[in-house]
Ligand binder design. Sequence first.
Ligand code: LMR
Length: 328
Amino acid sequence: MRSLTKAVTFAACMLAGAATAFAAPITIKFSHVVAENTPKGQMALKFKELAESRLPGKVNIEVYPNSQLFGDGKVLEAILLGDVQLAAPSLSKFKKYTKQVQVFDLPFLFKDMAAVDRFQQGPTGQKLLTSLENRGLTGLGYIHNGMKQMSANKPLRTPADAEGLKFRIMTSDVLVSQFEAVDAIPLKKPFSEVFTLMQTKAIDGAENPWSNLYSKKFFEIQDYVTETNHGVLDYMVVTSARFWKGLPADVRPELKKALDEAIAFGNKVAEEKAMSDRQRIIDSNRTTVLQITDAERQQWVEAMKPVWKQFERQIGKDIIDAALQSNN
Ligand code: LMR
């Protein structure tokens, strides 16, 4: 009897071992909306490379760029449904899940990307990564793109130039208020439609960082780009809390490490592209890149700054103050 028990136990162990050895790799779909030659596109590919080489046979990373799988309007729901495991929507697209992250959309809040980085890596920025937890989403980190510039089919030097113009915006109420503050007409539209909207003149202008202006060829169909640096377009890498917690203990830390390294790589790409794509656009002669004077810039600041007060209760004064502190 004892030898029978031993034999059964041995067979069970063999089967369990075989099951582990032959377990199918975990498929992780990473869906995003930008081109591959952008900071986020490069980060996603680097993550695939690092994760698959460090966890051979255990994970299979599928990257879907250019809104191939989902646009940002649907991707967070898709994560919760388990149709996608990773995404990195811009920080302007989390309003349904947390109001606090709207801080990143306040115009003229951060003086440069170094300030944005200090805020994200500081205690308040790190806490914001957990602000989606009660909605089932886990923030795994931030990735930079860069400061936004305004483009239009007419030169924008002062707020009066934007009056009555239609601007495509991301799905953020702060951005609605930002453009209404200069008497422009904001239109929330998916990123995948921006080129056609510009081409058909359904919109007059938009706001984008240099790498999006370049990689999606918006500069070829907008006559002017004004170097306003009026806000930031960065991303949060998110996953489903249930999926993340359910990963095997030997997989999750390695994946996080790979992601952190991919983000650091993507941030270098962002820094480099903010300069090189800007220069490519200037050199293209397809559009005119305008500089504004300090006095002109001040007019934009004064027109848009009331938006801070408007959103202070939703975001939290402490969060806005912490963001301001990062400028020092
Ligand atoms: C946009 O919709 O303009 C951005 O969120 C696109 C992106 O992901 O950079």
